[in-house]
Design a protein around this ligand. Sequence first.
Ligand code: SF4
Ligand SMILES: [Zn+2]
Length: 330
Amino acid sequence: MKEKRSPSQLEALWKESDMAGGERVDAMVMIMRTNGCHWVKHGGCTMCGYREASLSNVTEDDLQRQLDQALSRYKGEPFVKMYTSGSFLDDNEVPPAMRERILDAFSGCKRVIFESRPEFITPDTVGSLPSNVTVALGLESSNPDVLETSIHKGFTPSDIQRAGTLLKDSGLGVRTYLLLKPPFMTESMAISDTVESARFADPFSDEISINPLNVQRATYVERLWKRGEFRSPWIWSLIEVFRQLSGTVSSRLISSPSGGGAMRGVHNCGSCDRAALDAIERFCYTQDPADLDVSCGCVDRWRAYLRSEEILGSPADLDRDFENELVLRI
Ligand code: SF4
Ligand SMILES: [Zn+2]
């Protein structure tokens, strides 16, 4: 039976490291329980499993208690990440007075980050934010058709461009998320889409974070995946995206793949996954493409996979459908 979750408790809290002000620092990550992303009521995005993580009737009092819990575990980390399962700037998730209290509590930090959909990023809300704020924007793709039909995002690339430019012009930080391999795309289409999207996002971003699609429970993508109509991207594809972008954009390129190495997440053959993910982690800090040098025999299988998909014109999971044989022969 599913455990009943209390609205006054944080969903999760952990410590990690990340970059702030050009150096690697300790970071605290707090995942808050809120009333959830308003877009979920319109069907949500095809890959998003956040509906599972949010509740209804989370009050300001509940949020205060979540803040108190976070503060009781806070050890002065210079970087604090405050995520909700939606938009921190949505008044229905975090009322303005509460938002101010949370931001005040971490006003001494070098850097704080939260996520928001662009419809909540207005001159008024941006004007009320302190200068240590970075806003994370889920652009996913700069192709309007991909956003509309494949992701069902409910906004356009221009909406994100407007929000990002407003944030930048106001002196705030911008981290833009891109989705590597939305559904219905072949692996090579996905690589090109992410590279083009990064070039689109670069002028209004400080960081571009590439999220390879991780199949989450109870999502439309999970249904495709179970039917063998979707394969999570290869780690080689993520490395290829970084190689193509390295030295050509001014934003810092990063990725912290969730579910990396698992069937639902970005993965290679299994035996090189750890080494490839470690290489990506190193690159995210150094930005040196030499750190992406990893070798494994499965790189040839990945190349064959790209060719096979193109010839067959299908994004179906060829690894599963053809047990590799057809892929290897093409
Ligand atoms: S906007 Fe973000 S939180 Fe909302 S449904 Fe889409 S991916 Fe999920
Ligand atoms: Zn391998």
